[in-house]
Design a protein around this ligand. Structure first.
Ligand code: UFG
Length: 334
């Protein structure tokens, strides 16, 4: 009962691999190391260096004996970058997913957990998003994730119509994934708030809050931050449900249902590092919704999953992992 984890050398994917290992479920990583790092792959787990856009490489891992399913994390994930380089997002996130699904069918691997994103919602017109909230992605990244969800749906529908063995799938829509569940793995993103803040306070630079004139309690944007180890454990629950043939919804939103502002995150960082963090206020970042927070009731009901970690634990673990890397001289973003 091995699972292939695409993007398993990345920040989120390596946590998924570790969560599988902790449950005694073997996995194989397929990663092109574009943003992933060899050192993030847990000991004892095979890293197959290859891209999801390379059909023979995908076929090779899927045809290993005992492969039961795929957790498909590999993607280009920077929404802002995707606006300037849309075709890259479509090539990797859409064409890569199409190739992966094609090879899954050829190898008769029929369980897929897909990494989707809050970005499929764009700017919601509700305080608490649910799975059924209208999808209005505002970037090629968000669009590519929504198309990924549609590809899974269409492949499953075709299997049913064609009388094939059922193709089983779910999409996990991550909200703002932060923290660290593995002491040596940290978020390497040069575009996201947590790594930017931690790098800034380490290097003595002043971070910038992107806009504080939003219609939110303190004027800065509100997000639903969730610990990466909680996100990882949802994949285990989803994979188990798929493999057991249990009813499973096409998509689950993963968050904590608690809105936290950028200024509150900065205060939480100051609390963890034990000194004040000053910041500048800059202009709004294009495409940022004022607030996006989700209910995860469906994941709780169907998968028995709830987030375990609070904000302090998210910031503390992110800070600790960043410092382990800094001490080793490997702390860098990008
Ligand atoms: N922010 C700052 N200063 C910074 C960096 C970020 O104020 O230097 C703010 C942003 O404006 C935003 C909040 O911090 O209000 C969080 O920003 P992130 O970039 O960390 O995360 P996003 O909410 O923009 O993005 C996340 C995921 C994306 C996904 C998106 C969908 O990281 O992959 O949610 O809503 F597309």
């Amino acid at each position: 009962m091995t699972w292939v984890v695409t993007g398993g050398a990345g920040y989120i994917g390596s946590h998924v691999v570790a969560a599988f290992a902790a449950e005694g479920i073997p996995s194989i990583v397929l990663d092109d190391l574009n943003s992933g790092r060899t050192a993030f792959v847990p000991d004892g787990v095979e890293l197959h260096h290859g891209s999801i856009t390379d059909a023979p490489a995908v076929a090779e891992v899927l045809r290993r004996p005992g492969v039961e399913g795929v957790v498909h994390v590999a993607a280009l994930k920077y929404a802002g970058v995707s606006v300037r380089e849309p075709l890259d997002s479509y090539r990797v996130n859409v064409e890569g997913t199409r190739i992966l699904l094609d090879e899954c069918l050829k190898a008769d691997v029929r369980n897929v957990v897909f990494s989707s994103s809050a970005a499929v919602f764009g700017t919601p017109d509700t305080d608490l998003v649910t799975e059924d909230t209208p999808k209005n992605p505002e970037s090629p990244y968000g669009e590519s994730k929504l198309i990924g969800e549609w590809l899974l749906r269409d492949v499953a529908r075709a299997a049913e119509l064609n009388g094939d063995r059922p193709f089983r799938h779910t999409s996990l829509r991550y909200f703002n994934v932060v923290g660290s569940g593995i002491p040596t793995v940290y978020d390497v993103s040069p575009h996201n708030l947590f790594p930017i803040l931690l790098a800034a306070v380490t290097e003595g630079r002043t971070p910038t809050v992107f806009g504080d004139d939003y219609a939110t309690p303190d004027g800065s944007c509100v997000r639903d931050y969730i610990h990466v180890a909680d996100v990882a454990s949802a994949h285990v629950a989803a994979a188990r449900a798929l493999a057991a043939g249990r009813d499973i919804a096409p998509a689950y939103n993963l968050g904590r249902g608690e809105g936290v502002s950028v200024k509150e995150i900065i205060a939480a960082v100051a609390d963890v590092i034990g000194r004040p963090v000053s910041y500048d206020v800059g202009p709004r970042r294009p495409g940022d919704p004022a607030r996006i927070v989700t209910s995860s009731e469906r994941a709780q009901a169907d998968l028995g999953w709830t987030a375990q970690y609070d904000l302090h634990e998210m910031v503390q673990s992110a800070w600790d992992a960043w410092n382990v890397a800094a001490a080793e001289g490997t702390a860098r973003l990008g």
